[in-house]
Design a protein around this ligand. Structure first.
Ligand code: GLN
Length: 384
């Protein structure tokens, strides 16, 4: 084939394969325990799986409505009101998506134009920036303060201008395992009030907070909620990340724009799973998640006591950062690979969550795993 130099001009020239796919592939090639990509290695509820099967057998196998089935949107509205005291109209303000990542992509695509600036707090989940760039937007980076990953509000204020179109926030935070406080939300409220700034709030770990901490959803703050797209994930809540189901909440006018895009990105999401989730949500199982994951965090950290890794317990999400500075000066990307090959435990190097790698000698480990897996992983990490 002749070479056409202008046939392909990458729209994401810097993007390699996402680190989650790279590390999961290496884990499987090396037969290592995979604590890299965030997903549970235990089963979802039998009841939920059997509900999906029943709806498939009953013939719920064609397109769902573009915005999602009404009963599921109604259950979500009830849950949102009871947990966060916020009212969202199921008809006009709630949309079912094919996962959290699609919801984030859709909200950014709906709002961001050529040259618009979007504030990204780093380290940041790796889908945010490509979505901004594909929309022609310009990411403006503010680093969270090391080592506690708190927000430097003065630094945020400094980058805000007339060009700021959006701020992306994420609590509980991936990858740091920290959570925002009420004070943070109040600061965000001050910065955005009387502005034209929209917010995308990635709250997919809403039920995974520890030590009695409360999830500070933007929806608890009416002045933030009025300008926010709030993104959730059924995968995180029901141990079904492979189903790729999530949802987005936003006030009617914002949601109208979201749906304009959503209908042409995926049209609609999986039908039988939506019916199953609508039934299953009634049991409010998600209320047990904080304790469930806190036990896993505590167990994993107890098993690591006395190892050469240093850590501050995660306060949210199912990720734990481990500091390996007492072990080696290797770059985190190199050490993550060596740990996978030599010690057979895969993790994610934190520098990959920055646009210009910042290497603080930290790796992220997912503890959404069976106790046996955590025991095996810890035994290997103890040998490092
Ligand atoms: N959100 C999960 C993580 O951070 C996985 C997402 C993905 O693989 N794209 O590991």
């Amino acid at each position: 084939m002749p070479f056409y130099p202008n046939l392909i001009k990458s729209k994401l020239p810097k993007a390699g394969t996402t680190i989650f796919t790279v590390m999961s592939a290496l884990a499987s090639e090396q037969k290592a325990i995979n604590l890299s990509q965030g997903f549970p290695n235990f089963e979802a509820s039998e009841e939920l799986i059997s509900l999906v099967y029943q709806y498939m057998k009953k013939g719920f196998n064609q397109y769902a409505p573009m915005q999602g089935i009404l009963p599921l949107r109604e259950r979500i509205a009830e849950k949102t009101e009871s947990l966060y005291g916020a009212q969202y109209n199921p008809d006009t303000e709630i949309t079912i998506t094919s996962g959290g990542t699609q919801a984030i992509y859709t909200a950014i695509t709906a709002m961001v134009r050529e040259g618009d600036e979007v504030v990204v707090l780093e380290p940041a989940y790796d889908s945010y920036v490509p979505a901004i760039e594909l929309a022609g937007g310009v990411p403006v980076y503010v680093a969270l303060k090391f080592p506690d990953y708190t927000i430097d509000w003065n630094a945020v204020k400094k980058v805000i201008s007339q060009r700021t179109k959006m701020i992306l926030i994420n609590t509980p935070h991936n990858p740091s395992g920290t959570v925002w406080t009420q004070k943070d939300m109040q600061e965000l409220e001050k910065i955005t009030s009387h502005s034209e700034i929209t917010i995308v709030s990635d709250e997919v770990y809403e039920h995974i907070l520890f030590d009695g901490l409360r999830h500070e959803s933007v929806m608890r703050y009416p002045k933030l909620a009025e300008r926010s797209f709030v993104v959730f994930s059924f995968g995180k809540t029901y141990h079904t990340t492979g189903w790729k189901m999530g949802y987005c909440l936003a006030p009617e006018k914002l949601m109208m724009e979201f749906r304009r895009v959503h209908q042409f990105v995926v049209f609609s999401s999986n039908t039988p799973i939506q019916y199953a989730l609508a039934d299953f949500m009634e049991n409010k199982n998600y209320l047990e998640l904080p304790q469930f994951y806190q036990e896993k965090r505590d167990y994993f950290l107890r098993l690591l006591a006395g190892s050469k890794f240093k850590f501050k317990p995660a306060t949210g999400s199912y990720f734990q950062l481990l500091d390996y500075s007492a072990i080696t000066r290797e770059k985190d990307t190199d050490f993550a690979v060596r740990l996978t090959k030599q010690f057979k435990v895969a993790s994610i190097p934190i520098s990959s969550f920055y646009h210009e790698p910042i290497d603080n000698k930290l790796l992220r480990f997912c503890f959404a795993k069976t106790n046996e897996t955590l025991e095996m992983a810890a035994e290997r990490l103890q040998k490092v």
